[in-house]
Design a protein around this ligand. Structure first.
Ligand code: BGC
Length: 249
């Protein structure tokens, strides 16, 4: 087994990393998870990233996702992490603590890349919107498997509110919504996206996609909605793929 990569997914609650088999998209090692430090400043997060790489005894390049718009490796937004991330040169920060090449990208874009590489046919053909439901709502726009990076559809305003404020899985937990109630909110977001962008398919990911049978059948948009094949592994796998292929979207 030689075609291996390493990906790290920085989330609002946990920072997770694993060695990935780049032929199959499966984890090779056990996933290492460390709680996201509070406050999640760049220095505190970088220290956790270094700890994960050292625990895994991984020597090669590392792909890292952040929940931010990333252009030329600079984080430009910080919706669900510490505001001090805005303007941070992520390649410089992580490159310094890890002493090697790093490839930093938006978490939902990484999930999109992983679904294209290892997931369903839908991610590779036509116009597809992938949404990840977690602390926020992330998005990846793909046309025939090619990513349009840094879309932020979770911040679309619907009825005066950002979509992720009422339809993320954090909103479901916070307001103790049942799947039926929450699915109605997700449906509203998908209808608005369908009205404006007319994708041929939606892919829904994030931890809550593991329970897809409880809510995906309730969605009423015209386009088919598929649960992400990689479930919540997609961020790590996409990051590892990006690093192995030298991709910085
Ligand atoms: C951020 C996105 C991110 C998403 C999921 C949003 O709040 O703006 O960049 O992809 O959360 O983490």
């Amino acid at each position: 087994m030689s075609n291996l990569g390493f990906g790290i997914d920085i989330g609002g609650s946990g920072i997770k990393g694993a060695v990935v088999d780049l032929d199959s998209g499966d984890f090779v090692s056990e996933r290492i998870k460390i709680l996201t430090p509070k406050p999640a400043t760049p220095q505190a997060v970088a220290a956790v990233v270094a700890e994960i790489v050292s625990q895994a005894q991984w020597e090669g390049p590392v792909g890292i996702t952040v929940p931010s718009v990333v252009i030329d490796q600079i984080a430009l937004t910080a919706a669900n992490i510490d505001s001090s991330w805005v303007g941070v040169d992520c390649a410089e920060l992580f490159g310094r603590v890890l002493g090697r090449e790093v490839y930093v990208l938006n978490d939902a874009d990484a999930a999109g890349i992983a679904e294209v590489a290892y997931g369903d046919e839908q991610a590779r053909s036509g116009a597809t919107i992938l949404l990840t439901f977690g602390t926020g709502i992330g998005s990846a726009l793909m046309v025939n498997g090619v990513l349009y990076p840094n879309s932020e559809l979770g911040h679309m305003i619907i009825d005066g509110q950002e979509a992720e404020a009422f339809a993320s899985s954090a909103a479901k937990d916070r307001e103790e919504l049942r799947y039926k109630e929450w699915a109605k909110r997700v449906d509203k977001v998908l209808h608005e996206l369908e009205r404006l962008l007319n994708p041929q398919a939606f892919i829904v990911g994030g931890g809550i996609s593991r329970k897809a049978e409880k809510w995906v059948p309730r969605l009423t948009v015209k386009a088919p909605v598929y649960p992400a094949r990689l479930r919540n592994r997609a961020g790590i796998v996409g990051a590892a793929w990006a690093a192995a292929h030298g991709v910085r979207p």
